[in-house]
Write a protein that binds this ligand. Structure first.
Ligand code: PNS
Length: 167
């Protein structure tokens, strides 16, 4: 690679309600691929999240501390507008199964239509986390199931406080 290569900033957008080990795996891999990686939480009033944006940011900050080129942010409105503000060129997303593909393709094409300069880079989820989603984590935890190993310990502790009242 030449010395004057342009630095690349990627944004990994999502709800992260809460962050799972699948997300964390993607963040770690993304941090090795890009010069800077911004994990961006969508502030979506329409969805009723389990954790507030601030709580999700706290958990994300904690678990991404080992990665110095990763920062945590939040956004509302269009992702591409946020990216322009942050001087980011690449969207990072994960694909777990073929069922993710259609939604991801639609978003990638729409984002490219809104801002032709943007590229979406997809990473395949690691096999160990290919079945993990925030939605299922919440459901399994609420029903008393064991989610250890699927979310970072700080998330498990917060889930205990939130869902089982610290029991
Ligand atoms: O974790 P999620 O819910 O799959 O993430 C979805 C997200 C945040 C990537 C997507 O909803 C998004 O980018 N929303 C911002 C609004 C936007 O830019 N829409 C147009 C492009 S699809």
């Amino acid at each position: 690679m030449t010395g004057n290569r342009r630095s690349v900033t990627a944004v990994y957008p999502g709800s992260f309600d809460p962050i799972t080990n699948g997300h964390l795996d993607l963040i770690e891999r993304g941090s090795r691929l890009f010069d800077w990686l911004i994990v961006a939480i969508l502030e979506n009033a329409a969805k009723e999240p389990l954790f507030s944006v601030e709580e999700r940011m706290e958990m994300l900050r904690e678990v991404t501390r080992p990665f110095p080129n990763v920062s945590i942010d939040s956004f509302h409105g269009l992702l591409v507008d946020f990216m322009k503000e942050r001087n980011a060129q690449v969207i990072l997303r994960g694909i777990r199964a073929i069922s993710d593909y259609e939604y991801e393709l639609q978003m990638a094409l729409m984002n490219n239509r809104l801002w032709p300069g943007v590229e979406t880079v997809f990473l395949m989820s690691s096999e160990a986390y290919s079945f993990v989603s925030s939605r299922l984590i919440k459901q399994v935890f609420e029903l008393g199931g064991d989610v250890s190993g699927l979310v970072p310990p700080i998330v498990e502790a917060r889930l205990k406080n939130r869902v089982r009242g610290g029991a």
